[in-house]
Unconditional design. Structure first.
Length: 124
């Protein structure tokens, strides 16, 4: 899924590439039942989230993201130690690493408060 930069007062627009057969069927369904494809997708995603959030509540996903980036930093830090001369250079590498994560999360349009939580939790 790729995200478009269009904001609506009720959400963010998602652009999704789908197979032609799925497009044709959903278009016919939409036509016959007077239900927009956007509404169909919203309903499906809402249903999926309601089922998934029980096992993966938002805080658990945030914690998983923190663990993912912390592990990634451990590897990056080890690589930097082999190539950098000083602790200051490694520290600059950490700031670059966090800025890269911030850019990635912003590109995914993650809420800024969640981005802050994730970045704050990653330890040097």
């Amino acid at each position: 899924m790729s995200e478009h930069k269009h904001k609506h007062k009720d959400g963010v627009s998602l652009g999704v590439k789908i197979p032609p057969a799925l497009h044709t069927y959903s278009s016919l369904y939409s036509l016959c039942f007077r239900r927009s494809k956007s509404r169909l997708l919203r309903e499906l995603l809402t249903q999926w989230m309601e089922q998934t959030v029980q096992e993966y509540p938002e805080q658990r996903l945030i914690d998983m993201a923190i663990q993912k980036y912390q592990k990634k930093w451990v590897v990056e830090k080890a690589n930097l130690k082999m190539t950098m001369d000083t602790r200051n250079q490694i520290s600059l590498g950490f700031e670059f690493f966090k800025n890269t994560i911030k850019a990635e999360l912003q590109k995914r349009r993650i809420d800024s408060q969640i981005i802050h939580k994730i970045l704050h939790a990653i330890k040097y």
